[in-house]
Design a protein around this ligand. Structure first.
Ligand code: 1CP
Length: 348
């Protein structure tokens, strides 16, 4: 029997040495691409997220253009909340906006379970994508927002700087906090399972704003819930990636909630991240997204440094490296800078 070799991203996550270093970019699908802006010109964001053909096409755009090893499903972390009946919109230039912020017992009790059929369109998009991607080296990554980051949008009502209402509930009414988090775990697990059952080959749980918390608060108010998310999808044999911004102080507990791959932002060099996390986790990251604005020579220098840091991390026991940015592609990024970055990573 001929051994079927894993796609590079899956191989790196599994501790094998793929023939090319896998690379993809958070927010690679979206406003940095003129073909995305053209397609979205007359279609709302949420409307697009529930249209399987649109999701498939937008997910594939950056893969075709940049030859990335990961295709991140085009969706949003608030899509399962919308499908569970929460009145919200994704507003251009702002992000998710919740009609009635969730702050009281009655508000929390109104957060319902997610019926898998309500995200059936996302499952159908995943199936379409698998058919397109199976002959290629690119793996399909499904995702969800982690309970804390979802809670922050629900409680604040939208993007926030200080997370004052979120932390006020966490500290002031821990019982209500944990009740809300438990409901968000259920929604997140359903959303991820729909993607996994349809064929997602890896999943990423975005706890984008967890870096606002101290380690102690993370361990008390967040870790048990994120642990349950990973545990309830553990029957699928796919790499589980976990990422947040500004989480240098949280790398240890975030690595312990059940991820195989830890995403690291640009603040902590990957060899230092590996030292903190310990062996046997793969690392993902961590080029500063603003470097893509600094010209080819600077990009080459920073890509080489990230790769050298990653190689030291692997030599010290990290399971593998998936190249990515330390956070999402900024909307004004020149798409050619992204393409050149992929070429640099693949030729390193
Ligand atoms: O390539 C991709 O990554 C596209 C798919 C994708 C993903 C993985 C989108 C499309 N959103 C997300 C996840 C997401 N959404 C996160 C986690 C990743 C991260 O930290 O960046 C978060 C925090 C959100 C919430 C959100 N949705 C924001 C951020 C608001 C804030 O608090 O600063 C925004 C701006 C959105 C809207 C959105 N989501 C996605 C796109 C392409 C857009 C822009 C919508 C548009 O085109 O008008």
């Amino acid at each position: 029997m001929v051994a079927v070799s894993l796609k590079p991203l899956l191989a790196a996550a599994a501790g094998q040495r793929p023939d090319r270093r896998p690379v993809w970019f958070m927010r690679q699908a979206g406003r940095s691409l003129p073909e995305y802006r053209a397609l979205r010109a007359d279609r709302g964001m949420l409307e697009s997220c529930f249209d399987p053909a649109m999701v498939c096409e937008i997910t594939l755009q950056p893969v075709r253009r940049h030859d990335t090893d990961g295709a991140i499903l085009f969706s949003d972390i608030v899509v399962p909340l919308k499908a569970a009946g929460i009145d919200l919109d994704i507003v251009a230039g702002t992000g998710p906006v919740i009609a009635t912020p969730v702050r009281t017992v009655a508000d929390v009790e109104a957060v319902n379970r997610l019926d898998p059929d309500a995200v059936g369109a996302i499952g159908r998009a995943v199936s379409l994508l698998r058919a397109e991607l199976d002959p290629t080296p690119t793996a399909l990554i499904g995702f969800a927002g982690a309970p804390f980051t979802l809670a922050s949008y629900l409680i604040e009502g939208g993007p926030s700087r200080h997370y004052a209402h979120t932390k006020a509930m966490m500290y002031g009414n821990p019982e209500l906090w944990h009740a809300l988090m438990a409901r968000l775990v259920d929604i997140t697990v359903t959303f991820l399972r729909v993607q996994l059952e349809a064929g997602a080959q890896a999943i990423q749980l975005f706890d984008s704003w967890a870096g606002m918390l101290s380690r102690r608060d993370y361990e008390t108010f967040v870790a048990p819930h994120s642990t349950r998310v990973f545990a309830e999808v553990a029957d699928f044999d796919v790499p589980r990636i976990h990422f947040g911004v500004g989480t240098g102080e949280l790398l240890v507990p975030m690595a312990q909630v059940g991820a195989d791959v830890v995403g690291v932002d640009w603040r902590v060099p990957l060899d230092e991240a590996a030292r903190r996390i310990g062996p046997d986790k793969a690392l993902q990251g961590n080029l500063d997204p603003t470097v893509l604005f600094a010209g080819d020579d600077v990009i080459a220098e920073h890509v080489a440094r990230v790769i050298a840091d990653a190689d030291r991390a692997v030599a010290a026991g990290a399971r593998g490296h998936i190249f990515n940015l330390g956070h999402g592609v900024l909307p004004d990024t020149d798409p050619d800078a992204i393409t050149r970055t992929v070429e640099l990573v693949h030729s390193a």
